[in-house]
Design a protein around this ligand. Structure first.
Ligand SMILES: C[S@@+](CC[C@H](N)C(=O)[O-])C[C@H]1O[C@@H](n2cnc3c(N)ncnc32)[C@H](O)[C@@H]1O
Length: 211
């Protein structure tokens, strides 16, 4: 909390809730706030939280109609936007497969706009994911540019697990082969593909519609 933070009922509430839950209030000067926030004109109150990762075997698939698995997502802005979109659409969380960017980097957390507190984040390997996938109770839907099924025509059994590929290389053959179906969003113009976060948004809303 900045030394110059003005009194406000919401700040009072936040302070009480923090101390009641074992948190600590630290009053600092502006230079420290600037350094921690990496901004020249920072807010006067910042929150510091422990990073949380849900282990793969602790995910309850049936707690949400849809989940998103991302293979080697590299852009933290994409990842944060996807977390925000999962929250908005009512998806349970994201599963990060193999070498992904950090969901708790400054850029990713900013792009979540607070949704990082609402959806679960899991890290895993391809091998562990493929073993766990065998127990998935609903549809597993891959997204590929070379798929022949239109994304609106694929049969969906909830909970649906949507697999999205890397920004450059797309979804690998190994993961695509583990899906019940692979689908494509039609590309009607000259662009060869959609941005990963946009494609994920289209898929999550399509799959959760009417769930
Ligand atoms: C930028 S695209 C990857 C493009 C890559 N050059 C390729 O050949 O797959 C990133 C991811 O977004 C999803 N995606 C993008 N456009 C799509 C489309 N039209 N249909 C299905 N998935 C799409 C896929 O999951 C893809 O792996």
């Amino acid at each position: 909390m900045g030394q110059d933070a003005r009194p406000h009922p919401l700040l009072d509430r936040a302070v009480k809730a923090t101390t009641a839950n074992g948190g600590e209030i630290i009053t600092v000067n502006r230079a420290i706030l600037e350094k921690v926030s990496r901004k020249e004109n920072p807010q006067t109150v910042l929150g510091v939280f422990q990073q949380v990762f849900t282990p793969l075997d602790k995910i309850n698939p049936r707690s949400s109609p849809a989940w998103v698995a991302l293979e080697q997502v590299r852009d933290p802005g994409n990842l944060g936007t996807i977390i925000r979109t999962c929250d908005a659409a009512g998806a349970g969380g994201v599963i990060l497969i193999d070498d992904c960017c950090d969901p708790y980097s400054v850029e990713a957390v900013r792009a979540t706009m607070g949704s990082v507190f609402a959806v679960s984040v899991t890290k895993t390997t391809t091998d562990a994911f493929l073993t766990w996938r065998e127990t998935w109770p609903g549809s597993v839907i891959g997204t590929r540019l070379d798929a022949t099924h239109d994304y609106r025509a694929a049969p969906v059994e909830h909970p649906a697990l949507i697999l999205m590929g890397n920004e450059q290389a797309g979804l690998t053959d190994r993961l695509a082969a583990a899906c019940d179906v692979n689908v494509k969003i039609p590309m009607r113009g000259r662009a060869d593909s959609l941005n990963l976060a946009i494609a994920t948004g289209i898929m999550v809303y399509a799959v959760t519609e009417g769930s």
